[in-house]
Design a protein around this ligand. Structure first.
Ligand code: ZN
Length: 460
């Protein structure tokens, strides 16, 4: 860190609704991962447009100041937590929805637009942006792109990567790279936007984006299915994919997770008896179409054919919302498990039963005091394992144990949350030495001085 005065930055600070260490900077020092900065940032700058972002980055480039890029700070891997003395560049004032193409079905936004605000606005125009996650009320589109966010509807619409048509990025030397493509097809060489999607702000700052929209579905139905075994689960997933073209979610909860969710919500468990597994199925379609009928026919066949033990089909939106509250209760559950580790791993479906058996056996053997709760977006092979309470000093060993098993089945140590600071020491469990070397070469090419989000994802 250099100690020369921030001359150019000081001048910028006067105009960019800046905050200094004399202001209350606490909210810029942490994110949803629970990690907190070791010291205060030197400055928080909140530009309103791309030109201002570029100016800030140029000034930092010349003065050798490192930057932390922040969206809604809802990330789970600590990437938005600044280093002490950093310049924080918050995109929160870049929250304009610039254009909605109601013919082509695209929307052009600034990076700081809140996900929920975007969804509401496009729905008013009869369109639909399908990304959804628990942080919808505060996460920002730029952060969703930088972390390649996933969530509950990936099964049908893909991750954020599949929803981005075009991007504008400010590079580490201040260059504005415009790739604001609007078409679905564009085979003109290297698709550069993918360098910035999912790379957590380490290669450039996402400032604007063109996103893909879908016709707005006008009905959504959910059902909760109870199962005895993992074999039933894989059969159910295959059958649901084959017979429910409108399938939009396939969320699995293990029994101990569901019971814990009912407890923290102070509700009775949804079924009278307890079963091994529960699947929350959601379909999306048109009121005039056959969606509801398809779902009812599918569910009524499940018990007859032995694919399920019991089924709840809500009759009202309120009843359906109650089921989704169980699935979304993880935040409340985790508060009762501190200190915990919340894993977000990707496991090939056929490896999942063996993986779960080995991991839970190893965890219970060494840490019998901890609960190991499981749920996930199993349609995408994405498992969330939450384990706790653990002694703070054991957390690293807990992580190592689980990631060794992930490596053994060729899985991913992060399916949707990213690497950030927290998973950086474990990245080698999922990526080869050659892959890591190439990633480092690309970082050197675009940001050799490590000005952008230093110490995240990988070190040079
Ligand atoms: Zn998730």
């Amino acid at each position: 860190m250099i100690s020369t005065p921030l001359r150019k930055l000081d001048t910028l600070a006067d105009t960019l609704s800046s905050l200094t260490p004399n202001d209350d900077l606490q909210r810029y020092c942490q994110d949803a991962s629970g990690l907190t900065a070791s010291g205060k940032p030197a400055l928080v700058l909140r530009p309103r447009n791309t030109a201002e972002v570029s100016e800030i980055v140029c000034a930092c480039h010349h003065e050798g100041r490192s930057l932390t890029i922040q969206g809604g700070r809802t990330g789970m891997a600590g990437a938005a937590v600044p280093n002490a003395g950093d310049v924080v560049l918050s995109l929160e004032h870049m929250n304009r929805i610039e254009a909605l193409d109601t013919l082509g079905g695209t929307v052009t936004v600034q990076a700081g637009v809140i996900l929920e605000a975007l969804c509401r606005q496009v729905e008013e125009q009869g369109w639909y942006f399908p990304l959804d996650c628990g942080a919808r009320g505060s996460c920002q589109i730029g952060g969703n792109i930088a972390t390649n966010a996933g969530g509950n509807r990936v099964l049908r619409y893909g991750t954020m990567r599949e929803l981005v048509l075009g991007l504008e990025v400010v590079l580490a030397d201040g260059t504005v790279l415009s790739m604001m493509n609007k078409g679905l097809k564009n085979n003109t060489g290297l698709d550069l936007k993918h360098l910035f999607i999912g790379t957590e702000g380490t290669l450039g700052i996402i400032t604007r984006a063109v996103l893909r929209l879908f016709p707005k579905p006008d009905r959504r139905d959910s059902a909760l299915v109870a199962l005895d075994s993992f074999d039933q689960l894989t059969s159910l997933l295959k059958a649901a994919r084959a017979h429910l073209p409108s399938l939009s979610s396939f969320e699995v909860m293990w029994n101990n997770y569901l019971q814990a969710a009912a407890r923290v919500l102070h509700k009775p468990a949804p079924f009278d008896g307890a079963y091994a597994l529960y699947v929350l199925i959601e379909t999306e379609g048109m009121e005039s179409g056959t969606t509801r009928h398809e779902l009812e026919a599918f569910l009524s066949g499940l018990i007859d054919t032995g694919l399920a033990r019991d089924v709840i089909l809500p009759q009202t939106h309120e009843q359906a919302a109650q089921l989704w509250k169980l699935r979304d209760a993880i935040g409340e559950i985790l508060l009762t498990m501190q200190p915990y580790v919340a894993f977000d791993v990707g496991i090939p479906l056929h490896e999942l039963p063996g993986f779960i058996e080995r991991v839970t056996a190893r965890l219970t053997q060494t840490w019998p005091q901890a609960q190991n709760l499981l749920f996930g977006h199993l349609g995408d092979g994405n498992l969330h394992l939450s384990t706790g309470p653990h002694a703070q000093s054991d957390l690293y060993a807990v992580e190592s144990t689980v990631y060794q098993e992930v490596e053994r089945v060729g899985g991913s140590i992060s399916a949707e949350h990213g690497i950030g600071r927290i998973k950086k020491p474990f990245l080698h469990h999922s990526r080869s030495a050659d892959e890591l070397a190439l990633m480092a070469d690309i970082k050197r090419l675009l940001d050799g001085d490590e000005l952008l989000n230093r110490q995240r994802l990988l070190d040079l």
